[in-house]
Write a protein that binds this ligand. Structure first.
Ligand SMILES: N[C@@H](CCC(=O)N[C@@H](CS)C(=O)NCC(=O)O)C(=O)O
Length: 287
């Protein structure tokens, strides 16, 4: 444990150290350099990375394509956040918050920039009329759980994941605090899924797509290598649901888009057509 920290009267940014993010994080926003984003041929242009927040959107796009909606074709470009690509002038024009995922919808008279993963999910759901009930209690339930995901996952990612996996030094206090919260959240989901097939009820929705990449991946042992630490096997309903979604073709496809790490078959660094994903999946070798 480091020596006792006493906050100074005024905070100053003296972040340094071995942590790879120390030189990327900053206390100011906005573009750090001039560079335009590439633009492909489809009307939906996605700028993202295959992290859970990125996967939400590519799963949704693949689900729409699986329904035969050709207008959901998209170009997905990689934004390497470790190389500060989220701070290019082009990316900041699409998302002033400099975080993936970000989308440009070019199908209208003027281009629409859409940022925040939940906003992108709602935009696509409303544009194509799928995965978000049009009205009534089912729509409210879907929003309840969609917003739950947006409010809760930062405690799992920025809280638990950061201190358990990424921080230079393992510290008991934050790991305890966020492990407690991550387990509480899993328990919330487990109770909800004990009475419902999907998160918001009987129907698969954008709430499932927002929650699965975080909590599904966690219980399937793919996130932070923390399955044993958090005893994820005790959340049997979350596991049942995570496996149910895992079997969906669109989930298999969407979760590997804009991924530049892992096994060869799960890396689709850029996606411009269905073949880009097919090619990667064909490299999958059964264990
Ligand atoms: N609330 C945002 C969170 C997005 C987010 O945190 N993205 C991370 C990657 S998962 C990012 O781009 N981080 C880069 C940075 O913080 O500089 C959303 O849901 O879209």
């Amino acid at each position: 444990m480091s020596e006792k920290y006493i906050p100074p009267k005024i905070w100053v940014n003296d972040a340094d150290g071995e942590n790879e993010w120390a030189n990327i994080n900053s206390d100011t926003s906005g573009a750090r350099y001039e560079k335009e984003l590439p633009v492909g041929e489809h009307s939906l242009q996605l700028y993202s990375l295959g992290t859970p927040n990125g996967q939400k959107v590519t799963i949704m796009l693949e689900e729409l394509l699986a329904l035969g909606i050709k207008e959901a074709e998209y170009d997905a470009y990689l934004i390497n956040i470790g190389q500060a690509e989220q701070f290019s002038s082009g990316f900041v024009d699409v998302n002033p918050n400099s975080k993936i995922p970000a989308l440009i919808d070019k199908s209208g008279d003027t281009d629409t920039n859409v940022f925040e993963s939940a906003s992108i999910l709602v935009h696509l759901a409303e544009k194509f009329g799928h995965f978000l009930p049009a009205s009534g209690p089912a729509r409210t339930q879907t929003f309840n759980w969609l917003f739950w995901a947006q409010g809760s996952a930062p405690y799992l990612g920025g809280g638990f994941g950061h201190f358990y996996t990424y921080a230079d030094e393992k510290q008991e206090y934050p790991i305890n605090r966020f492990a407690m919260e991550a387990k509480r959240q899993l328990d919330v989901l487990d109770k909800q899924l004990s009475e419902n097939t999907y998160i918001a009820g009987d129907e698969y929705s954008i709430a499932d797509m927002a929650i699965w990449p975080w909590y599904g991946s966690l219980v399937l042992g793919r996130l932070y290598n923390a399955a044993e630490f958090l005893q994820v096997e005790s959340y049997t309903n979350v596991l049942r649901w995570a496996n149910l979604l895992e079997k969906r073709e669109a989930v298999k496809r969407g979760r590997i888009v804009n991924k530049s790490w892992g096994d060869e078959w799960e890396q689709v660094v850029e996606r411009h057509s269905a073949e880009d994903i097919d090619r990667a999946l064909n490299k999958y070798i059964l264990p």
